[in-house]
Write a new protein. Structure first.
Length: 281
């Protein structure tokens, strides 16, 4: 007599409480209202750079990126996030399905298995357990395209240029006509609590530095982005570099969809963070 044993797959639980509503109806209303306030976007992106602060701070900017996916058919989102915690592997792919207030989001197992053949991309759920940068993107995706699958990859800013190019070489095999790459990153963080206190107006300095970094993104030169990123407080410069190296032969342009900063919400210049939604098309 044979006994069938069913192995239950672990699910990654939400941890970013306070970044967005955990109540289903409130979250749906919140995302719906943010998207409704955004004009139609004609750009057809292969990749989207999207901020990852709380929805109160950067949600309106994120909505400008996700508006480009409205009424689109997208099978899978490759989400490149920054590892703020430093836990786990430097390039960590989560193979767990992700629980959200809007329902479970599945990981694309077929593509994940192919990516994990690259020794630089490790199967590691621990890097994701306390990290918000990927989690805050998923409710927007689930709201817009309920059946979309994901490939969540957490990246460390300790990755070297050679490793970035090798990771990108594997990601390049994915079809970005039917899939999308989401790059989770805020821009500069300015103020004493971020260890950056310029001898001038924090907000003015933030805007100047964000503009300079965006110009680097437009060049699509990852060496310059890495060098500039290391000297900056842009948390996701490595995911941005990986994305641009991945998509360099698939995109013709870089378009800023929306920019904002935390001062617009808090009125506090002592600590400010910059946000931008940018389409790679």
């Amino acid at each position: 007599m044979e006994i069938a044993i069913k192995v239950l797959k672990m699910t990654r639980k939400p941890v970013a409480r306070g970044f967005y509503p955990f109540d289903k109806e409130e979250l749906e209303r919140n995302i719906g209202e943010m998207l409704q306030r955004v004009p139609e976007k004609s750009v057809n992106p292969k990749g989207l750079i999207v901020p990852h602060a709380g929805y109160r701070f950067s949600g309106k900017t994120a909505a400008h990126a996700y508006k480009t996916l409205e009424n689109k058919e997208v099978k899978t989102a490759v989400i490149l996030g920054f590892n703020h915690t430093g836990i786990g592997e430097r390039s960590a792919l989560s193979t767990q399905n992700w629980e959200t207030p809007l329902g479970e989001v599945k990981v694309n197992e077929e593509i994940s298995e192919k990516l994990l053949k690259n020794p630089l991309i490790k199967k590691d759920d621990s890097a994701h357990q306390r990290e918000h940068s990927i989690e805050v993107q998923i409710p927007f995706l689930k709201y817009l395209i309920p059946d979309m699958q994901i490939i969540p990859i957490s990246l460390s800013n300790q990755l070297k240029e050679k490793e970035i190019r090798e990771i990108a070489r594997n990601l390049r095999a994915i079809d970005y006509e039917e899939n999308i790459m989401i790059i989770s990153s805020d821009l500069h963080h300015v103020g004493a609590r971020f260890g950056l206190t310029p001898q001038k107006d924090n907000l003015k300095y933030l805007k100047e530095q964000d503009e300079k970094f965006i110009e680097k993104i437009k060049t699509k030169d990852i060496q310059e982005i890495i060098e500039k990123g290391k000297k900056s407080t842009v948390c996701g410069f490595i995911p941005i570099a990986v994305a641009l190296e991945t998509l360099k032969e698939k995109i013709k342009g870089v378009k800023v969809l929306h920019r904002s900063n935390s001062y617009e919400v808090t009125g506090d210049k002592s600590s400010v963070v910059g946000y931008a939604s940018i389409a790679l098309y």
